[in-house]
Each structure stands twice: as structure tokens, then as C-alpha cells.
Write a new protein. Structure first.
Length: 500
């Protein structure tokens, strides 16, 4: 079959020595980032973007992807050991995982989390390989009107699925769109919203916004939080789950994988939503529902499978449509643009080595993660004990050097600091930064497709509803906005994100 011949190309790329090393480096850094609370894959990838300038496109994306799905593994470690999730999607894992750890079963909980994550990652990677090519072929038939409608639907979905107030999420999305318009209009050559500052003539650098919002802003938030990190478990033993643990985990892992694979496609935060939804489902269908909240192994297996499956299937819209489903995928698109690659369905045909090499590396990365997570648990425990007062100056220095290396311009550093303060203010106002980053990335592309569609139709706005596909996507966007305003759905939306 064609998918297997394509995967053979991918493994041929992924199994080269330097790509294996970058994959190992990515998953190692990702696990460490997931273990360290308050850092996260978005901030880490933003900091490492300048380093990808000198790397081959395949190596840079393999490494950045490894950081992302590696962080999903690492986030469960602190969630289980000290009830402090390294990742938002590991919040649910902490409920039963930490109860097991306090009862002396930390090793069993960590082992089941790693096994469920590995299974979900393997299955969802196969789904990427299976479904991405036909989706990319369909996307090749898209015209400017269809692409504009698709991006509109993606932005609406990111607002609907964002945590907190939908009005605030909408405001953040619009702010991102406006920031994306800063700079020189490529059609007229006129400068827009630059306030006569020549440094803004080329627009605001994507890396500056990402580092500021997710790097500096995260540091300020963590410095404000004086909660102590009391590591009660110094040593973990018994990393082999019992036969009963394995039997009880099979069905939750399968259900979590299926749910996460579907929800990972949605813009906004599929992995996070999947972990909460899978836990809620298991609590209803499990024969051991009474144990949930008191150390049920199902409460560890299901959300871990769901968030890892969701993390990996989120690559599908990014690779095939050029549409980011979450901030990390927006950063991945930024990395592709840095490498001179135009994101979209043409990547599969024009860059087959990159496309299939990245997919094949996910299988290899998941195997690396199983090896890293269990035998090296002692190292992760020591990392948790590093005082944050020693950690944040190094992060600040790394961010500043990375931004300065972009254009050797101090103005970029000042802009990063400004966006860091803006990110902190947004967090105090409960405004999620993800819609802003998605709007910032998609905004210029939306403008380009809007102009193309209007030029081809001679300024007839009906072009967006004359095509059945474009009209359907716009209708879905309107229905999503209308549906979420209904009181019943609005309450369910609030409950779904109540744990974050």
C-alpha cells in the first residue's frame, strides 16, 4: 500500500544518525520541560526557534515535535509525585495518580502512565500517516475562498474551545489579528500601524511575540506564585504494574486514545479537553467508579492516553492544511516559515522527506520516551527539587540571547519584554493567550486569501457562499458561535474547563 511505501521514505530519513540524535534531544528536553512546572512546551519551543536557523528542516521539526509530545509524558511525572502538574493536560492525572503515590504505589502509576501514553502515541501516529494524505489531496482542491472560510472556522473554534470567557477569547483573537497586520502591506507598499517606527516596518517578529507571551509572561506568573514545591517522595520503587493494573487499564486506554485522537483535531486545546473528557467518561462507565478520586488506576490510564493522542493528532491540520490547532502548532508553522517552507497541503508533495520523516520520527520518539521516563525517574525527581530562583535567570538569559540573535537588534528584546508584561496582564484578567497567537499566525494568511478571492470574483462577496465547501465551513462557524451561547451548552463548556 502507498502509506507503507511513504512510511519507508520517512523511516529512511528518521533513522539517520543526526535525526535520531535530534529526536532523542527533543524528547529528552520535552520530558524535562514537562517535569518542571511553569515552563511548558510552548515557551521552550519559542526559546529554541532561533537555534533552528542553522539546522536542516527535517531535523529542526523532528526536534521541536519531540519537545511537544515529550512534554505530555513529563507532565504526568510531577502530577503523580507531588500533585503539581507540569502540563495543563496532566491536571486530571494528578487526581488519582497522586493518591496512588501517597499510598506507596507511585511506581505503578508512573508505569501505567508511560504505557498508556506510548500506546496512544503509537496509534495516533498511525492515524496521522493514514488520514493525512487523503486530507491533503482534498485540501489541494481548495481555492482562496475555501481557505479563507477554513481559517475563519479555525479561529471561531479556537474561541469556542478556549478556557474561560468566550468574550475575552474573542477579544484576544481579534488582538492577534490586528498585531498580524502591523508592518508593510505587500500589495501597496504602505506601512500600517507602525507609529512611524522603522523597526516595525517588517512587522512584529513571531518569535518575539511567542517568547514574550509564553516565556517572560510565564516567568512573571511563576515568581508571583509562592507556593512551595514540597517533594514528599524522594525515591520511587516498584515500576512494574501488576497484572490487575494492566487488565483494568486496557479499556480506559483504548477509550482515551479514541477520544483524544478525535479531539486533538480541534483548534484551541484538544489535548487538554480530551484529558478532562476521558476522565469524566471513565468515571461514569467504570465498574470501579467509587475508587475515582482515591487512587483508581483507570483515572491515570485514560487521561494520559487521551492527552498524548490529542497532542499527536493535532499535527494533522498543521501538516495538511497549514492551520495550527494550538499554540505549539502555531510555533511549528513559524519554524517551517523560518526554513522557507510554505505550510499547507503542498508540503506533502513538495517536501515528502520532511512530511514522512516527521511522522516516522514520532514512532521513534515514543519508543525513546518509554526508555527515558521509567529508568530515569531518579533524575526527574532531582530536577523537580531545583529552586525556581536558580532556574528563572537562566530562562531569562536564554530568551534574551535568542531574540537578540534574530536581527541583532535591541528593539526586539524590548518588544519581548513588553509582550511579557502584556502576557502577565492577560493572565491576571483570565485572558488565554492561545487565541491571540493563533490570530497572529493566521491573520496575514487570511488577509492574503481574502484579497485573492475578492480579486478573482471582481469584489463580489458572494464568492464565499457560492462554493458549497466554503459556505458549509462558514455555516459551521456561525452555528458554533450560536450554539455555545445557549445556556445549557455554556454551562457544560464551563464545567469542562473547571479543573484547569
Amino acid at each position: 500500500m502507498e502509506v507503507f511505501s511513504n512510511l519507508a521514505i520517512g523511516f529512511d530519513i528518521a533513522f539517520t544518525i543526526h535525526n535520531l540524535l535530534y529526536c532523542l534531544l527533543g524528547v529528552f528536553v520535552g520530558t524535562a520541560v514537562g517535569v518542571l512546572p511553569g515552563l511548558g512546551p510552548a515557551a521552550t519551543i519559542a526559546m529554541l526557534l532561533p537555534l533552528t536557523f542553522g539546522l536542516p528542516p527535517e531535523s529542526s521539526l523532528i526536534m521541536l515535535a519531540g519537545i511537544y509530545y515529550g512534554a505530555q509524558y513529563g507532565g504526568s511525572t510531577t502530577a503523580i509525585l507531588i500533585n503539581l502538574p507540569g502540563e495543563a493536560s496532566s491536571v486530571v492525572t494528578a487526581i488519582d495518580g497522586n493518591k496512588m503515590a501517597r499510598a506507596g504505589h507511585a511506581g505503578r502509576a508512573l508505569a501505567i502512565a508511560a504505557i498508556a501514553s506510548f500506546f496512544a502515541g503509537t496509534v495516533s501516529t498511525f492515524l496521522i500517516a493514514w488520514f493525512a494524505p487523503p486530507l491533503a489531496e482534498v485540501a489541494l482542491e481548495f481555492g482562496p475562498a475555501e481557505y479563507f472560510s477554513l481559517m475563519t472556522l479555525g479561529l471561531v473554534a479556537s474561541v469556542v474551545l478556549a478556557r474561560g470567557s468566550m468574550l475575552k477569547a474573542f477579544g484576544m483573537m481579534v488582538t492577534g489579528l490586528m498585531l498580524g497586520l502591523v508592518g508593510t502591506d505587500i500589495n501597496s507598499g504602505a506601512t500600517r500601524y507602525t507609529f512611524e517606527m522603522p523597526e516595525l516596518a517588517d512587522g512584529i517578529n513571531f518569535v518575539v511575540v511567542a517568547m514574550g507571551m509564553f516565556g517572560i509572561g510565564e516567568i512573571i506568573r511563576n515568581l508571583e506564585n509562592e507556593a512551595t514545591r514540597d517533594l514528599t517522595i524522594k525515591k520511587v520503587t516498584g515500576l512494574m504494574p501488576t497484572l490487575d493494573d494492566l487488565k483494568r487499564s486496557i479499556a480506559p486506554t483504548l477509550r482515551g486514545t479514541a477520544l483524544g485522537s478525535v479531539l486533538g483535531l480541534l483548534p484551541g486545546g484538544g489535548a487538554l479537553l480530551a484529558s478532562f473528557a476521558s476522565y469524566a467518561i471513565e468515571k461514569k462507565v467504570s465498574k470501579n467508579s467509587a475508587q475515582f478520586g482515591h487512587g483508581a488506576i483507570e483515572g491515570v490510564a485514560a487521561p494520559e492516553a487521551a492527552n498524548n493522542a490529542g497532542a499527536q493528532t493535532s499535527f494533522i491540520p498543521m501538516l495538511t492544511l497549514g492551520i495550527p490547532s494550538n499554540p505549539v502548532m502555531a510555533l511549528m508553522i513559524g519554524a517551517m516559515i523560518i526554513q522557507g517552507i510554505q505550510p499547507g497541503p503542498a508540503v506533502m508533495t513538495e517536501q515528502p522527506a520532511l512530511f514522512w520523516g516527521l511522522i516516522a520520527s514520532m514512532w521513534i520518539g515514543n519508543a525513546f520516551l518509554v526508555v527515558l521516563n521509567l529508568p530515569m525517574i531518579g533524575l526527574w525527581v532531582r530536577m523537580i527539587m531545583v529552586p525556581y530562583r536558580m532556574l528563572y535567570p537562566a530562562i531569562l538569559l536564554f530568551c534574551s540571547i535568542g531574540v537578540l540573535s534574530l536581527n541583532n537588534n535591541n528593539f526586539d528584546v524590548y518588544m519581548m519584554a513588553l509582550f511579557g508584561l502584556f502576557g502577565y496582564v492577560c493572565s491576571k484578567l483570565d485572558c488565554e493567550p492561545a487565541p491571540l497567537l493563533l490570530g497572529f499566525i493566521i491573520g496575514p494568511m487570511m488577509e492574503e486569501y481574502l484579497r485573492r478571492a475578492m480579486l478573482l470574483s471582481r469584489a463580489d462577496p458572494m464568492v464565499f457562499v457560492e462554493s458549497p465547501l466554503s459556505a458549509t465551513m462558514l455555516a459551521l462557524a456561525v452555528v458554533a458561535l450560536a450554539a455555545v451561547t445557549l445556556p445549557a451548552l455554556s454551562r457544560k463548556r464551563e464545567v469542562a474547563f473547571a479543573g484547569d
